[in-house]
Design a binder for this molecule. Structure first.
Ligand SMILES: [Zn+2]
Length: 325
């Protein structure tokens, strides 16, 4: 009973007694890369939360673009003190509507990783289909059809429905790509939901015009595969090259410039992926390994810290400073 309490007192102490400054100072030569996904919940904008985080970035860190960070790492030049790179995965449109104006206001250049088939309106992102279905189904429970992989969820409120969607998506990640996609395809009808042909506003992608406008104003964009598969699950070299290299070609065509900053979906990769990003000459590749980077870090295997606008403020300040990473 006492230990968690002491731990809590200890953590508050870190904040109140200048411990955070000390930890930040100890990690000042390192590069922290953070990643986000969304800036709103289905019925609530997270603008205020993100603005508070950007204000903290501006006050205590040196936010730089990923290209600048890559130049420092490659050239062996020192990074600015407390260097910070902000990245956003997937390419949802709430970045443009909510986060981008705030990031600009606080001088935080962001790199957004785009799933090319999503941007091209060829597909919904597969976990969005699960979310949409559970938000709209008249049913209030679901259980797995497979006795070997049991899961049961109940839901009423929007928050419970989003939570349930998270559980179902994680459950589906254990399936192979073909099985998962066929289950996702059948899921809306099974739950008595009609899936619209194109994503509704909460689920829609950035438009290419918005991407180009933001690019002109200092944001960067990198490929994040064509369909967001779990790459190690793909059987053939051809499929891997199509997902990784193909998404890059689409970006380069739409942006008319090099797009060499790649991001592994879910941070999952294997030796074959490493060889492909190397052979394709990617400038950087990011993972979801929660570590800080520094001189000597492999630019094709950079660590990142997972944030969202709604995370606990003290935890947010600690992980950024480099505490217990
Ligand atoms: Zn992603």
């Amino acid at each position: 009973v006492l230990r968690p309490l002491l731990k809590k007192v200890g953590l508050v102490g870190i904040h109140n007694l200048g411990g955070l400054d000390l930890i930040r100072h100890r990690h000042r030569d390192q590069l922290r890369i953070v990643y986000y996904h969304r800036f709103e919940e289905p019925e609530r904008s997270l603008a205020a939360e993100f603005e508070a985080q950007c204000s903290h970035f501006q006050r205590y860190y040196s936010p730089i673009s990923l290209s600048e960070a890559a130049r420092c790492l490659a050239g062996g030049q020192p990074l600015p003190p407390n260097a910070l790179v902000v990245t956003i995965d997937d390419g949802f449109r709430d970045f443009y509507r909510i986060a981008y104006p705030i990031a600009r206001k606080y001088g935080v250049p962001c790199t957004v990783y785009l799933v090319s088939d999503f941007l091209e309106h060829k597909t919904w992102l597969w976990w969005s289909v699960i979310q949409y279905t559970l938000l709209h189904t008249p049913r209030t429970s679901w259980s797995a059809p497979d006795a070997n992989r049991p899961l049961a969820v109940k839901f009423q409120s929007v928050a419970e429905r989003m939570d349930a969607a998270g559980h179902v998506s994680n459950w589906l990640k254990k399936w192979n790509t073909a099985e998962r996609l066929s289950y996702v395809k059948a899921f809306p009808a099974e739950m008595s939901v009609e899936l619209p042909a194109h994503p509704t506003p909460y689920f829609e992608p950035l438009t290419w015009d918005e991407v180009r406008e933001m690019r002109r104003n200092g944001m960067e964009f990198g490929p994040h595969t064509q369909t967001h598969p779990l790459l190690p699950q793909l059987a053939t070299q051809k499929e891997l090259e199509h997902e990784i290299g193909g998404s890059r070609l689409v970006l380069e065509d739409r942006l008319q410039e090099q797009a060499g900053h790649f991001c592994y979906p879910n941070g999952d990769y294997d030796e074959r992926c490493r060889q492909i990003v190397r052979r394709l000459g990617m400038t950087t590749t990011v993972t979801c390994k929660p570590v800080l980077n520094g001189v000597g870090s492999d630019p094709l295997e950079l660590g990142r810290i997972g944030l969202e606008p709604g995370v606990d403020r003290l935890w947010f300040e600690r992980v950024l400073a480099g505490f217990r990473l």
